[in-house]
Design a protein around this ligand. Structure first.
Ligand code: T4K
Length: 390
């Protein structure tokens, strides 16, 4: 509940007034589904005394995700980062792999962790997704693949990236960590490239506490990844593949099954929150709300605003003012993956080829969203930004 009426700049917390909210409003507050249904499933797990290692809940979860996305295989994992690492390894990527810098650090780390060089290509400043022309420019004889990222749940330019991959004999996979429930040209995300990698982290629109998955229509790849997530075991005492421990546990699958039932409701409330944010932030000079294609599917989980040069305050001043009000807005993915360690030391001049990534990283603010957010909260967040910027 908002705690104050804001009439002028003097009423803002950065100017000494009390914060607009007593409790912090987070970006990425987890959506908690039907508690009773979840607890019943937990009881079932305890009764079964089967807690992990491809248990019945995980198997049911995988079947339901595969059916929902229209893919042959879903291999559930302990988190999205391990799912990326396993997919990268199963695909045999090596040398250099092209990714955007404008992504969460996990996309780059999953490659670096395995001795592969992430090569950062620039983005389209309007969609925030990879620019295919920039990807072409980064191909070298060492390039073995491309990881497209569906940033904010908006599909990457899939057809163009596939054409580049085909032309150059590169592997193409997608980091679909933001894109559960999104679509591309009427088709559900999950079916593109050789495989797509999902994250079900607590902060995602659909969560399994921690969790992730690789989805694919490639039977052989799926089989390899199933082995790899369980140390390469094929039955007792028989290891037939190098592997790691990437298993999803039963209680996470129970959360997933529960949240799957409620996901349509979460998306509906995110969607109406988005509309409310648009109204609350309309006609503020220099402020725009990143829009999604309403004809396509998107979880509308990320409410992204951009403060351009015509705005009367800087992006950092907006974030500072919001945080003072207990509105914990974020600057995802500032300053850009290429400016974080170890990449900033490895590629100190990367930014010269990333002008759009840099410009976007300097203007983005991500606002709180989720099924707990009320219209009143959104109106108050809009009032803070309007008062600050006017
Ligand atoms: N690829 C991409 C493109 C990704 O965005 C991600 C993850 C991955 C790969 C890797 O997937 P995972 O391995 O994570 O499955 C968050 C998430 O931790 C991360 O999963 C996510 N992307 C990224 C975009 O955001 P941070 O740095 O914002 O911090 P975090 O998770 O501590 O908290 C975010 C906010 O949520 C805070 O304001 C507090 C709130 N929160 C968080 C948790 C965990 C809660 O209210 N309750 C909670 O339980 O990374």
């Amino acid at each position: 509940m908002p705690t104050k009426t804001i009439r002028s700049k003097a009423d803002l917390a950065i100017n000494g007034a009390p914060p607009a909210f007593e409790q912090p409003l987070h970006v990425g507050r987890p959506n908690i589904g039907d508690r009773e249904a979840f607890l019943q499933r937990v009881n079932q797990i305890l009764d079964n005394q089967w807690l992990t290692n491809n248990g019945p809940m995980v198997q049911e979860f995988e079947q339901r995700i595969a059916a929902r996305l229209g893919v042959q295989h879903c291999i559930a994992m302990c988190n999205g980062t391990i799912a990326l690492e396993i997919a990268i390894r199963a695909l045999g990527l090596h040398g250099e792999v092209i990714i955007p810098s404008w992504t969460f650090i996990a996309t780059a780390h999953a490659l670096h962790w395995q001795g592969i060089t992430p090569v950062f290509a620039d983005i389209d400043p309007v969609t925030h997704n990879l620019d295919p022309a920039a990807v072409r420019r980064m191909i070298t004889p060492r390039t073995s693949g491309i990881i497209g990222v569906h940033v904010w749940g908006r599909a990457a330019p899939i057809d163009e990236l596939q054409a580049i991959a085909d032309e150059h004999g590169l592997k193409l996979l997608f980091d679909a960590a933001h894109a559960f429930g999104s679509s591309y040209k009427g088709q559900t995300i999950g079916r593109f490239g050789t495989c797509e990698v999902l994250s079900f982290h607590a902060t995602k629109s659909f969560n399994t506490f921690e969790g992730g998955a690789v989805v694919t229509n490639d039977d052989e790849l799926a089989e390899a990844m199933r082995l790899m997530r369980n140390f390469g075991f094929s039955g007792y005492d028989n290891v037939i593949h190098p592997g790691t421990n990437g298993k999803m546990i039963e209680v996470c699958a129970a959360m997933g099954l529960t949240n799957l039932d409620g996901h349509a409701g979460v998306v509906a409330s995110n969607r109406s929150n988005h509309t409310a944010y648009r109204a609350a932030l309309a006609d503020i000079r220099g402020i725009s709300v990143l829009s999604y294609d309403l004809a396509g599917n998107n979880s509308h989980h990320y409410v992204v605003i951009e403060a351009d040069k015509s705005c009367s305050v800087t992006r950092d001043q907006i974030v500072e003012a919001l945080q003072a009000e207990n509105i914990l807005a974020r600057k995802y993915f500032w300053p850009g993956t290429h400016k974080m360690k170890p990449y900033r030391d490895l590629f100190p001049h990367a930014e010269l080829l990333l002008p759009n990534s840099r410009a976007v990283s300097e203007r983005v603010v991500v606002l709180p969203n989720g099924s707990d957010l009320t219209l009143e909260n959104i109106t108050q967040i809009g009032t803070v930004i309007r008062t600050l910027c006017t």
